[in-house]
Every structure is written in C-alpha cells, then in structure tokens.
Design a protein around this ligand. Structure first.
Ligand code: FES
Length: 139
C-alpha cells in the first residue's frame, strides 16, 4: 500500500514536471502563432497639438513603431511611419526644405509623404490622424 502511494506520488510529480516543461517549451510557439492584441482594436496615440510646430515634425513611437507627425499648415496634420520604404532606415525631417531625408541612400519624401527622389519605391506609409480638442490622435 505504501509502495503504491509512493509510486503514484512520483508519477503525479513527474507528470506535473513534464507538463510544466512542455508548456514552457510551447509558450513561445503559441505567442508567435496566436493572433496578438494588434488584431483587435488598436490603441491610439495622443499627442498635444502644441508639441508639433507649424511646418515642423515630431517623431514619436506609435503602436511600438517609429512614426512622425507633421503639421504642414496651421491646424493641418499628417502622420506616417518613419520607416523608409526602401530598406527600412529611419527618416529625418529637414525643416529648411520641409521634407524628409533618408540618411541611408538619400531617399527624399515630401511633408505629405510622397517620394521626391532617390530609391524609395513608394510613399511613406500613412497613419490615420484625427483631431480631438487640443490633441492629435494617431491610429
Ligand atoms: S533605406 Fe531609405 S533610401 Fe534606402
């Protein structure tokens, strides 16, 4: 009777350890394959209007990605991914020319995100912008 209980106890313990190790091994696979939070309602990023000067750009993180918010005319805002559409470098804002420049291969984009020159094959990826009082909402 005592041996049976010990055997059963060891069996249960071994089963629990095996289940824990299997869960630890499969967790990364599950996280990779499972639909993430991004598939549902995406979180908006709120930026106070005064942080973006007229004719200027503000680089921020939006949903974990480098992004840029531009006030190209008073009260007129646009937002883009700050990732160059050529090979993925982060663009820079050149206020003197009112355009974006990619430091990697010289790609140029207008304040509206259109390609002005260089190798980028397409415009900057736009981000939806809405105005909410004194805030600009991205996403
Ligand atoms: S990565 Fe921007 S121009 Fe090549």
């Amino acid at each position: 009777m005592v041996n049976f209980d010990r055997r059963r106890f060891l069996g249960l313990g071994l089963g629990a350890i095996t289940a824990t190790l299997a869960a630890a091994a499969l967790w990364p696979v599950w996280r990779y394959l499972a639909p993430g939070e991004e598939s549902g309602a995406r979180e908006k990023t709120a930026v106070p209007r005064e942080r973006v000067p007229v004719g200027g750009a503000l680089f921020i993180q939006h949903q974990g990605h480098p992004s840029v918010l531009v006030q190209y005319a008073p009260g007129e805002f646009l937002a883009f991914s700050a990732i160059c559409t050529h090979l993925g470098c982060i663009i820079q804002w050149h206020a003197d020319k009112s355009e974006f420049l990619c430091p990697c291969h010289g790609g140029r984009f207008s304040a509206q995100g259109k390609v002005l020159g260089g190798p980028p094959p397409r415009p900057l990826d736009p981000i939806t912008v809405t105005l909410d009082g004194d805030r600009v909402l991205l996403g």
